[in-house]
Design a protein around this ligand. Structure first.
Ligand SMILES: Cc1cc2nc3c(=O)[nH]c(=O)nc-3n(C[C@H](O)[C@H](O)[C@H](O)COP(=O)(O)O)c2cc1C
Length: 208
């Protein structure tokens, strides 16, 4: 991936951005599954709306790189309206068994067209179809109608090869803080944090 230094689209975005490197990168590589693993991690994505109210929901981590973390969604969704008003986000990733938590703070910008198309191509047939049919109009219909519309769409289209709908959108979250929490049954839980300070990643050790 190319080195990117602060290419942020929306007003009020991050003053600094730098690729993740060093120990933070090593921890991400150890903790997160590889991008080629079809079982994508579920992440909690927090946004803030135009009035400053927070919201949160689960999305899939589509992929990540030294530049940041990618997720994909519908351009008509509330989260996209939030991001257009304020690109600041927080992401939480939780591992089972009281073991690990990763908290990411950063700023979201729209992913490239190429990345969006690649991510769509990697989605399962079900999720490809969902991106086409996850509409407010269909959601308001009775369940039998939603099911028959779904079945008709699947039989009328080659879902495995279909292109993304125009509403498919991806975001890259460029981090400026990465906090790795780890439990330890024989010692206090512990956090190691990497914060982007004046363009450099600085390590801090924090109580759990
Ligand atoms: C496990 C799980 C994974 C999800 N993955 C996505 C996703 O990758 N993209 C997405 O737009 N919504 C995903 N959703 C649905 C979102 O949680 C959310 O309901 C939807 O995106 C609308 O959110 P919004 O109104 O806050 O924009 C997922 C939900 C669950 C429970």
């Amino acid at each position: 991936m190319s080195v990117a230094d602060g290419v942020i689209v929306a007003a009020g975005a991050a003053p600094h951005s730098a690729n993740v490197s060093g120990d933070a990168l090593a921890l991400l590589s150890e903790w997160l599954p590889s991008n080629s693993d079809p079982a994508r991690p579920q992440i909690q994505l927090a946004t803030v709306d135009a009035d400053g109210r927070p919201d949160v929901r689960t999305v899939l981590l589509s992929e990540w790189s030294t530049e940041g973390f990618y997720f994909h969604t519908d351009s008509r969704s509330r989260k996209v309206a939030d991001l257009r008003a304020n690109p600041a986000v927080a992401i939480e990733v939780l591992w089972p068994g009281f073991s690990r938590q990763l908290v990411i703070r950063g700023f979201a910008e729209q992913a490239s067209n190429e990345e969006e198309a690649d991510a769509y191509a990697r989605r399962s047939p079900y999720l490809k179809q969902l991106a086409w049919q996850n509409t407010a109009e269909l959601a308001a219909r009775p369940v039998a109608e939603r099911e028959s519309t779904w079945t008709s769409f699947a039989s009328d289209n080659d879902i495995a090869r279909i292109d993304a709908p125009p509403t498919w959108i991806g975001f890259l979250v460029r981090p400026d803080r990465l906090t790795f929490w780890e439990s330890n049954p024989t010692a206090p839980s512990h956090r190691v944090e990497y914060a982007l300070e004046s363009g450099d990643w600085t390590e801090h050790h924090l109580p759990g």
